[in-house]
Design a protein around this ligand. Structure first.
Ligand code: CUA
Length: 342
């Protein structure tokens, strides 16, 4: 899939600089300063306002401090007596009570308004609907209207001027609280057990957006990464078509296929069109169309795939896929089969 994408690669730079210099393409680092989606733009505006207010406060306080230190420093010839001690000034106390209250009220109002604008945004009938389910430590992704599923890589269409395309997500968790965060697309929204949260994104540039789980969820929280791949509309339609094909059905009988179906792989993983229907781990139907393994733990290359199947714990310690203690021959067979799942 990745060869279909026409995103520009660029070296990661300081986030702020990147945001100012390179608006127009997804960053190779998670970056809050280069929003490329409507909700992220709203968040970005508040972030800048908050930073500006903080900067004014910092400059004022630091400036007064430096002034006091320099102006009233000890000079040669000073006597050693105490300076006059002043207690209480209604004017100054009023000022430093009222001003912060006003600042906080302004920030509350602006924030509440932005949150309401984003959360109450009406869902257009043609919005793409996606269900995202958090697992320790990977993302299950389902497209209920399209009848397809994925894991760890969320493919969506890009929104173009005159042809807006929004993606509405429902967020759930099967175990603990996680948080869906792709900073260039939207703010964070938690995935909480026994609760359905909603959010939406509207990527305006094609490319790969990086994100990660933003709520500590256990040992491998840091390797619960997330990619959102935004395609131009026609390319997205092609991607959907490719995901509908169950290549597994067409895969000829092979030693690897037999081996896969005779091990406990099938208890946890599903491959559409076959008897493998496990839901505990990621759906493997189109495993080889993904860029990474283990939710961003390693690049998806044949060597890493083999290392992953041999002992996932070596790459992502604590992950729920066990070391199956396969022999070299079994490994070769299973990996050969997995490589056919494009
Ligand atoms: Cu999932 Cu942190």
């Amino acid at each position: 899939m990745r060869h279909l994408l026409s995103y520009r690669k660029r070296a990661p730079g300081p986030a702020l600089l990147a945001g100012m210099t390179y608006a127009g393409a997804p960053d190779q680092v998670t970056n809050i300063f280069n929003p490329l989606s409507t909700p992220a733009e709203s968040v970005h505006r508040i972030a800048l306002l908050t930073l500006a207010i903080c900067a004014v406060i910092f400059i004022t306080v630091a400036g007064l401090l430096i002034y006091a230190v320099v102006r009233f420093r000890r000079r040669p010839g000073d006597d050693a007596s105490e300076p006059p001690q002043i207690y209480g000034s209604n004017q100054i106390e009023l000022a430093w009570t009222v001003l912060p209250i006003l600042i906080v009220v302004v920030l509350i109002l602006v924030t509440a308004r932005t949150i309401a604008d984003v959360e109450n945004y009406p869902q257009p009938p043609d919005a793409l609907k996606v269900s995202v389910v958090g697992h320790q430590w990977w993302w299950e992704i389902r497209y209920p209207d399209l009848g397809i599923g994925a894991a760890n890589e969320l493919h969506v269409p890009v929104s173009e001027p005159g042809r807006r395309q929004l993606t509405f997500l429902t967020l759930e968790s099967v175990d603990v609280a996680h948080s869906f965060w792709v900073p260039q697309l939207a703010g964070k929204t938690d995935l909480i057990p026994n609760r359905v949260n909603r959010m939406w994104i509207e990527p305006k540039q094609a490319g790969v957006y990086l994100g990660n789980c933003a709520e500590y969820c256990g040992t491998q929280h840091a390797k619960m990464r997330l990619r959102v791949i935004a395609h131009p509309p026609e390319e997205f339609a092609r991607w959907v078509e490719s995901q509908r094909r169950h290549e597994a059905e067409a895969t000829p009988a092979s030693a690897g296929r037999e081996r896969f179906f005779s091990t406990s792989c099938v208890n946890c993983h599903a491959i559409q069109g076959t008897s493998a229907k496990g839901t505990f781990g990621p759906d493997l139907t189109h495993l080889m169309s993904r860029e990474t393994l283990g939710s961003g733990a390693a690049p998806n290359t044949p060597e890493k795939l083999r290392a992953w199947v041999r002992d996932p714990q070596a790459i992502k310690e604590g992950c729920l896929m066990p070391d199956m203690r396969l022999s070299d021959q079994e490994l070769d067979q299973i990996v050969a089969y997995l490589l056919t799942l494009k």
